[in-house]
Design a protein around this ligand. Structure first.
Ligand code: ADP
Ligand code: IPE
Length: 270
């Protein structure tokens, strides 16, 4: 079993409101179909990219009902923005599923808001039945970063990465593969440091040494948030792989010969 994250940085243009990278997505679904031909069991989770982060950050959706001083108008606006983000990420999910179906991958869409519940921004309940049953039919469950009801904040944002962690704990995949817009994990952000070094192999204890920007960046903590979840995935025994999804062929080539493509592996022990 494999878990695959299609990062928002890959399938959308992250700085342009609700903008799908159609060409990248249609290539990636073909590559996924190719990888699937070997009868591999797969769950896909995608990020929200510009279908989630931009509006969520602007309207404070990640704060739930916090910081509104009980003002009715502001409460109403925040709830409306939450509903809007929810609709936008569903539209993105529909595009991903349509593209997968176009290449013959039978996907089963699972909206986290319908099967999960949070408290203080962390999942406290996530029903796995739909994942289990759709896998049983030979389908590929497709879930995504979403806005969920939250017992203490009203609602909050759940990253695709947090969902992957729950799935890793439940299904004990051999590998969890993250596709993002860089070749893997570097000692510092490669977008802002030309001399950043790609780190081929990491263990959870290496992570504290890294410079991971983004903690205050997007509403789910960007690379900083992602690595927090990834370390916990590695602790379940999964090998966590970081690959560049913007480069054609990286995913299928990784499955053929891991050493032939640049990537980072994070695992509990070398
Ligand atoms: P995604 O949308 O694919 O889930 P994010 O945008 O949240 O991914 O995170 C990917 C980004 O993290 C990269 O574009 C990169 O600029 C940034 N980043 C920050 N620090 C690092 C690092 N140490 N190594 C790799 N990428 C990093
Ligand atoms: C974000 O999910 C969900 C919302 C903003 C609603 P992710 O954190 O997994 O999305 P990406 O991959 O960073 O875009």
């Amino acid at each position: 079993m494999y878990l695959l994250k299609l990062g928002g940085s890959v399938i959308t243009q992250k700085d342009k409101m609700c903008t799908l990278r159609k060409d990248v997505l249609s290539r990636l679904v073909r590559e996924i179909a190719e990888v699937m031909r070997k009868d591999r069991e797969l769950i896909i989770v995608h990020g929200a990219g510009s279908f989630g982060h931009l509006r969520a950050k602007k309207a404070g959706v990640h704060l739930g009902l916090r910081d509104l001083d009980g003002e009715e108008k502001r409460i109403h606006e925040r709830i409306l923005a939450m509903a809007h983000v929810q609709a936008d990420v569903r539209r993105l999910n529909l595009s991903v599923c349509e593209q997968l179906e176009n290449v013959g991958v039978p996907c089963f869409s699972i909206a986290p808001a319908s099967v999960g519940l949070m408290r203080g921004g962390r999942l406290v309940h996530f029903d796995m039945e739909a994942f289990r049953h759709s896998l049983g039919l030979g389908m590929v469950p497709v879930s995504f970063g979403d806005v969920l009801l939250d017992e203490s904040m009203g609602f909050s944002i759940c990253s695709g990465d947090q969902i992957l962690l729950e799935l890793a704990r439940e299904f004990h995949p051999e590998k969890v593969i993250f596709l993002s817009d860089v070749d893997g994990i570097y000692d510092r952000d490669p977008k802002t440091h030309g001399d950043a070094r790609l780190l081929p192999h990491l263990t959870p204890s290496d992570i504290e040494e890294l410079s991971l920007s983004g903690k205050e960046g997007d509403v789910t903590g960007a690379m900083y948030g992602k690595m927090g979840e990834a370390v916990e995935m590695a602790k379940t025994g999964a090998r966590v792989i970081f690959l560049n999804g913007l480069v054609e062929g990286r995913l299928p080539r990784f499955f053929e010969d891991e050493d032939s493509v640049p990537h980072t592996t994070l695992e509990e022990a070398r």
